[in-house]
Design a protein around this ligand. Structure first.
Ligand code: CAO
Length: 421
């Protein structure tokens, strides 16, 4: 009998790395939340025993032991930050070389049988999963123990990241806030101390629709799957902002240079780091696209695509979430007309986009034959836009003028193109 030390967290990190799950996004590590078994050096631990719970800023996952053996070393205490990929425990095991023969399936009867060793099938049974739902990475598509454990970890992550609505209790119970809710609670409570000024308007979107179609068909050197309306909205927003730098500014409320002075100042910011409210599996996040004022619509598309893909996997980095200067929220994808968006305290303005609708509107036309000016009702694509601004430093006229400017650029994309550098 030989013994070997199993480095447990190496395997754990491999799980998440392969799954691309949320834990990987926490570059700095996960904190050890609960030591379920209270294992100490010398304790016996069995395979699949729950040994600890780790907590990232978005997820909490129970970790089970992959080995039966004796705890040789514990590398972290409860509450410690464990770097992803570092080990948390050494377990001394008997060296069992798994045989991977047997139960080789066939497809002759029209059914798919998965290749897997008996020990692997046992693990599959214990977790009550359908082996056919696991993608085998072993020889000839054989399902390995690693595949099963990765799949189990995937299911745990999927469970944690259930859509927002399904997190509401279906029975009477009291639950703590999720990490994203905690952060929303803190930020929004502070934000609502700001006196908000609201302003709404509707813009014709007809020309944006044809503009998007046109640039969507163009050959470009960027790795963009498709151009959505957002990059056009973001770029035109930034162009309009050039004339209204106050909207991209922030308030410095306290400056304690001599210990007790309390001076309010406005910080103007040259970078347009446009925050995009994003609906992710974990909840609302607002990453920002940096330096929009220097970027083309294609570059903004690329950035947005990267953020959307990262958002879907809960892999948006802290850098993407930091240093936003103004926010755009497009809720129109889901529905809604006019909104009352909330300004975050590090910014002074937010704009929200409602649903694009085909609606009847009056249009003034000149009769080609008689030259007569008349009104007619036409179908138009209309997008409702709502603004909120910090009314302590921004007045209604500024917002109204900014909105007119943005509207002009969107309704006349040729003008927008002419203003691009
Ligand atoms: N009205 C109607 N349809 C819209 C629309 C609008 N305002 N905006 C976009 N769409 C359409 C797009 O045209 C696209 O359809 P087609 O590809 O067929 O044209 C479809 O909706 C999906 O758009 P998309 O996936 O390409 O997304 P996008 O780039 O337009 O927007 C993002 C990206 C991140 C803004 C969006 O995915 C999102 O998360 N929105 C929710 C924002 C949110 O939660 N706001 C509330 C914040 S406060 O709680």
């Amino acid at each position: 009998m030989t013994t070997q030390i199993k480095r447990f967290f190496d395997d754990y990190s491999r799980h998440f790395r392969m799954n691309g799950g949320s834990i990987k996004s926490i570059k700095y590590g996960v904190s050890l939340k609960r030591n379920i078994r209270n294992d100490r050096k010398g304790d016996h631990v069995s395979e699949f025993d729950k040994i600890c719970e780790v907590q990232s800023d978005k997820a909490s996952v129970e970790i089970t032991s992959r080995y039966t053996g004796i705890v040789k070393e514990l590398f972290y205490k409860i509450g410690d930050m464990a770097k992803v990929g570092s080990k948390i425990v050494d377990i001394e095991t008997e060296n069992i070389n798994e045989t991977i023969d047997s139960t080789v399936g066939n497809v002759s009867d029209g059914k798919l049988y998965m290749l897997a060793a008996p020990a692997v099938r046992r693990i599959v049974r214990e977790h009550n999963i359908d082996i056919k739902s696991i993608k085998g990475t072993g020889k000839d598509g054989r399902v390995t123990k690693e595949d099963v454990l990765n799949h189990v970890a995937d299911l745990k992550i999927a469970d944690i990241q259930k859509p927002y609505v399904s997190q509401y209790p279906v029975e009477d119970k009291i639950v703590p806030l999720t990490n994203i809710q905690k952060s929303m609670f803190k930020i929004m409570t502070k934000s609502l101390q700001i006196p908000h000024f609201g302003y709404s308007d509707e813009y014709s979107f007809d020309n944006v629709i044809s503009f998007r179609d046109m640039i969507g068909q163009s050959n470009n050197q960027f790795s963009i799957k498709k151009i959505s309306y957002m990059p056009i909205l973001i770029k035109s927003f930034s162009v309009a902002l050039q004339q209204f730098p106050i909207l991209n500014a922030s308030i410095i409320e306290k400056e304690n240079d001599d210990g007790d002075s309390n001076v309010i100042k406005i910080r103007y910011r040259s970078a347009h780091n446009v925050g995009i409210a994003m609906d992710t599996p974990g909840g609302l996040l607002v990453p920002n696209i940096k330096n929009v004022q220097t970027k083309s619509i294609f570059e903004i598309s690329e950035d947005l695509q990267r953020l959307q893909e990262a958002g879907k996997k809960n892999l948006i980095s802290p850098t993407d979430l930091k240093d936003g200067t103004i926010t755009l929220s497009n809720i129109g994808i889901i529905g809604g007309i006019f909104l009352s968006p909330v300004v975050v305290c590090s910014e002074l303005c937010i704009a929200a986009i409602g649903k694009i609708q085909r609606l009847p509107r009056f249009e003034i036309i000149k009769d080609k034959i008689t030259g007569e000016i008349k009104e007619q009702v036409v179908a138009k694509n209309i997008v409702p836009i709502s603004f909120s601004a910090d009314h302590r430093v921004i007045d209604g006229v500024t917002i109204a003028k900014f909105s007119q400017r943005w509207k002009n650029l969107l309704e006349n994309p040729a003008l927008l193109s002419a203003e691009l550098r």
